[in-house]
Design a protein. Sequence first.
Length: 230
Amino acid sequence: MAAVERFPEQNDRLVDFTVALQQLPNYDGEMHELDGLAMHLTEFTFNHADHSFNETTRDQERCGFVNANLLTAKFYLRIPRPNKFGFFIGFGSQVLRKTLESAPWERFHHPRIEAYLEGVEEDSLYNQLRDEELEVIEIRTLNGFVPAAAVWIEYCGQEIYRKAGSLGQEISAWDKWRGPAGWSKERWGFWQQRLEWISTVTALDRKTRKIAMRLVEQMTSIEQGEDGII
């Protein structure tokens, strides 16, 4: 995964490599299931926090996260169906929900942060730690998450549009979606509305807003039965 994040030009070759690993003889039950990869993705890759103000590492980390999403989506599409890797698209749902359903920047008091800082007595240290916590829930984190969410619409959009049923654990903190749990065309429509909103937000980079509008157009094409923009 470190190679995936650092070498975007090698992404397709690394997908080929991952597929080849999965097809190795299944001596100990590890290769065909790729449990180790799934665990790493869960605990380290898709537990991504965007540090929007850290210019030293921010862009590299964002690029790495997009590359990881690309590998995961491409691998999911490459393995013949039916297979046991349906949960890989759950990583996509996690990114889509984080990007389009969570809006912590709309709240000005955060009990979790207050609890974390409760024992800090020095004002300057309190302010420093508070700002570090607020950085990863600031609206400009969308500059890092929107390109990653775009991967799943661009590569798996037609399948996502048709999907129904569970999309994994629902997290109540992602509180913009008020409809029923699971994949649905209604939820797809809500994501489309949120992307339309993102395309209008002055606080976000122009590139982010353009990606959001492009995705709205692609989602409309998918709804009309046309191909995506891959």
